[in-house]
Ligand binder design. Structure first.
Ligand code: 2HA
Ligand code: ZN
Length: 281
């Protein structure tokens, strides 16, 4: 068998693992949207032991990886994560080199690599923000599973021209399209600008995740959480769509807009509770 053919066969096998395919495909979508230049963006997704064991030998630890800090709250949990420095563009063609399946050890002190992250790769540089966000979201929502970070273009653009007050920013996003208040009634969290990849930005992000599923990092990107990859991705798509609309209409002569009363009517019709203090009624 020639080399090209055997590589294709191996990767086709990897893509038969449903959660590997899901991550490989969603990262490809994000790259095609222009949200993940170079190695921008990272994803982590909680897996059940049963779904991992169906495809991967959970008794064979390939490598131990030391996290920056112990994560006792996540002990025994399984994750699929994107690799540090890896390009979303490449995840579909080479999943095993770019993605990894790992388990937090029983004492919460180390990570046990079970699959992928080939050739000595390590998990995303934003692992602190991911793990600390998972811990907070699991407290808020037992069905929570996914955290996605990317560099959604219009969301970043908006952080240059809109005030970074969470309530004002949320109100502007809600008023850009009718679905927004229904998709994120709790609003958007916003951090001050911070150095990425640090434990400090991880702690700050997780603090916001106590009450929000979407947190904007000004001039950098967005973090979103959800009960599935689709939920977290759909949340980012919705925020990004509203930010794109804002960038299209800002500075233009606005003739009409969604009123606060109409936003309240939407919330009532779809039975969601908007974060208090944002609508003026
Ligand atoms: O993984 O996006 O924030 C690269 C990044 C860091
Ligand atoms: Zn980033």
């Amino acid at each position: 068998m020639n080399r090209t053919l055997s590589m294709v066969t191996r990767d086709a096998g990897e893509l038969e693992i449903p959660f590997v395919r899901e991550l490989a495909e969603i990262t490809q979508h994000m790259w095609r949207n222009g949200w993940d230049e170079r190695n921008g963006g990272n994803v982590s997704y909680i897996l059940s032991e049963d779904e991992v064991a169906e495809y991967i030998d959970i008794h064979h630890v390939q490598r131990i990886i030391k996290p920056a800090f112990p994560v006792h709250e996540l002990r025994g949990k399984y994750f699929i994560v994107t690799g540090s420095g890896k390009y979303f563009k490449n995840m579909l063609s080479e999943p095993g080199a770019n993605l990894g399946v790992l388990r937090v050890s029983a004492d919460g002190e180390q990570l046990e690599l079970l699959w992928g992250l080939n050739h000595g790769a390590v998990p995303t540089s934003e692992l602190a923000s991911h793990f600390l966000s998972h811990i907070e979201r699991l407290k808020a929502d037992p069905s929570h599973r996914a955290v996605i970070h990317n560099h959604a273009t219009h969301t970043i653009a908006m952080t240059f021209i809109h005030q970074l007050d969470e309530k004002a920013f949320t109100k502007t996003l809600w008023s850009m399209c009718s679905e927004c208040i229904v998709v994120f009634p709790e609003g958007i969290g916003i951090l001050p600008w911070m150095v990425p990849g640090s434990n400090a930005i991880g702690r700050a992000t997780a603090e916001k995740m106590k009450g929000h599923r979407a947190v904007i990092w000004p001039h950098h990107g967005i973090f979103a959480a959800g009960s599935s990859i689709d939920e977290a991705f759909g949340l980012i798509e919705t925020v990004e769509k509203a930010a794109e609309l804002y960038m299209l209409v800002s500075g233009k002569d606005i003739q009409q807009r969604i009123t606060d009363q109409q936003l309240a009517d939407l919330a009532e019709a779809f039975q969601v509770t908007p974060r208090p203090g944002i609508l003026n009624l």
